[in-house]
Design a protein. Structure first.
Length: 262
């Protein structure tokens, strides 16, 4: 009888409880070509449909999905492949910026005017979430996987609206949780990149390198990429290095698996 084939080096170093969760942010008709390029890149590393897409219904109120049958068909096709679809705000634009306090600091330093849900009152947050979910679910033909605020920034109104609408999952810079109960499903910083300036490019490259060194023992690794990353070769190289590093130790997984789903 032939001896069984040895396990591959990659599989042998993975532990079943270790998960790699990857997402493409800012999925919109405005960035269709960039999303295509990122989806192809991620598939090479983690496999088909082992990543999520965060969908913006009308990016900066200038790129609506409504009425764009071609892009709606693309979204439906991606969802049919098994890619998880999250609602990612409505416009991704902060139209109610804070002028003082912690919220103003977050809005100024953590995003370029895109913290849409940081300062929205509950009623307005509820309306945008409800309308956005209805639009995306109508397009993809199934429930969204959850809600993730633009720039991972939430105010009290956003938290209350998520609970009221019963979104299954939410995520910020440091955790994934169930909005209804507050149960935390994964902890640890998300590895992401910024392309807005030379300083932000340099700092995100450094942060990713530190993450590759410091996070291998974290149970859940989260990696998020953005359309702007495709414009900077150094960022694409860093993304490749990061994913190649973690697929050796962490199983590419869906967000649903964090909560015990498939």
């Amino acid at each position: 009888m032939n001896a069984p084939a040895p396990s591959s080096p990659v599989s042998a170093r993975r532990r079943p409880e270790n998960r790699l969760v990857v997402s493409i942010h800012d999925v919109s008709p405005r960035f269709e070509a960039q999303v295509d390029a990122l989806a192809e890149r991620l598939t090479r590393h983690v496999g088909e449909a082992k990543f999520a897409m965060l969908v913006i219904p009308d990016h900066w109120r200038g790129a609506p999905i409504a009425g764009n049958a071609a892009f709606a068909a693309r979204l439906r096709g991606w969802a049919d492949q098994g890619i998880e679809m999250f609602l990612h705000g409505w416009s991704h634009k902060d139209e109610t910026p804070a002028t003082e306090g912690l919220a103003a600091i977050k809005g100024k330093h953590m995003t370029a005017g895109e913290g849409e849900f940081l300062n929205l009152p509950q009623a307005e947050a509820l309306a945008r979430m409800r309308d956005g979910r209805a639009l995306v679910e109508d397009v993809i033909g199934r429930p969204v996987a959850g809600f993730i605020a633009p720039a991972w920034l939430y105010g009290d109104g956003a938290h209350a609206a998520m609970r009221e609408l019963g979104f299954a999952l939410a995520e910020d810079h440091m955790k994934v949780w169930r909005p209804a109960s507050g149960e935390v499903l994964a902890k640890g910083p998300v590895i992401t990149w910024a392309s807005r300036s030379k300083a932000r490019i340099a700092s995100s490259l450094l942060a990713a390198a530190l993450g590759r060194a410091a996070l291998p023992f974290t149970r859940t690794i989260r990696v998020a990429v953005h359309p702007g990353d495709t414009t900077v070769p150094a960022l694409l190289d860093s993304i490749d290095r990061t994913l190649a590093r973690f697929v050796r130790t962490h199983e590419p997984s869906r967000y649903a698996a964090l909560g015990g789903g498939a």
